[in-house]
Design a binder for this molecule. Structure first.
Ligand code: BEZ
Ligand code: FE
Length: 271
């Protein structure tokens, strides 16, 4: 392909951003006086990242927060947060009473998540769709951790006639980035730890409103202030309350301690 042909076929936005990226990297090469050997080692590292399927992970660890920052418009709705590399579309649509699909021996204490979805004017959004995904109590995501059934701890459900929802699941543990791959080796070389605080992922949608991708974190988590990807926002941190003894959980009686948390989401109307 000649240069002219390439320019004709490239989307101008892609061309502009690509040339900026190349220019910024070239500046670093000049400022740091990068040697040919270092250049080849960097290429080898990126080849390993791709070979081991870690490109989405590497990009999310180092650049995801910047993308979230420039795409969030602060106008009163719930704050957005990273989608991360572990989202799988088309999760099962759940039937009420809602419970994310899980195994009988799923690692993690029982958790009841409840809350509401409303518009900026406070009006409850009936039938808003929530798409939830999370790691289990051993830090494992289905589709990414061998041995975990597909769509485990992933599901979609909607708010009731008053804009409320309630779903049963397990408390996720802190998530540890794989240590053995190139991303983990790079983090170790930078002297960084591998942990994200425990979190739940949400995508919310309702006709006439901007879709929202966000996460919920828990007060007191030891990694809140040192998240390896630096994504935690104070407005997304909730209390995880322990309920001792027997309890009525998502209309299904349970006879062991369980945890509960709540979040009231606010969506922005489409412009
Ligand atoms: C996550 O939210 O699980 C995640 C985000 C960025 C990098 C790795 C994991
Ligand atoms: Fe996650």
């Amino acid at each position: 392909m000649t240069t002219d042909q390439a320019t004709q076929t490239l989307n101008p936005r892609v061309a502009e951003v690509f040339l900026d990226v190349v220019g910024s990297v070239a500046d670093v090469i000049r400022t740091r006086r990068v040697t040919f050997q270092e250049f080849r080692e960097a290429i080898g590292f990126l080849e390993d990242v791709v070979k081991e399927g870690e490109l989405p992970l590497l990009m999310d660890v180092f650049l995801g927060v910047a993308v979230d920052d420039v795409n969030y418009s602060a106008n009163g709705g719930t704050e957005s947060n990273l989608e991360g590399p572990f989202y799988i579309p088309d999760a099962p649509i759940l039937q009420a009473p809602y419970a994310l699909p899980r195994r009988d021996n799923e690692p993690g204490e029982t958790l009841l998540i409840s809350g509401t979805v409303a518009g900026l004017d406070g009006r409850p959004l009936v039938g808003a769709m929530l798409d939830v995904w999370q790691a289990n109590g051993a830090g494992e995501y289905s589709h990414f951790h061998p041995g975990v059934p597909d769509f485990n701890l992933r599901g979609r459900f909607s708010t009731d006639s008053e804009g409320r929802f309630e779903v049963r699941t397990v408390v996720p543990s802190a998530y540890e980035i794989p240590k053995d791959g190139p991303t983990g080796r790079l983090l170790a070389a930078l002297g960084r730890h591998f942990f994200r605080p425990s979190h739940l992922h949400f995508k919310l949608s309702h006709p006439g409103y901007n879709p929202l991708t966000t996460q919920i974190y828990f007060e007191g988590d030891e990694y809140l202030r040192s998240d390896v990807v630096g994504a935690v926002k104070d407005a997304l941190v909730v209390k995880l309350q322990m309920h001792e003894g027997a309890g009525d959980l998502a209309r299904a009686a349970v006879d062991r301690p369980f945890y509960a948390c709540s979040y009231n989401f606010v969506l922005q109307p489409q412009a």
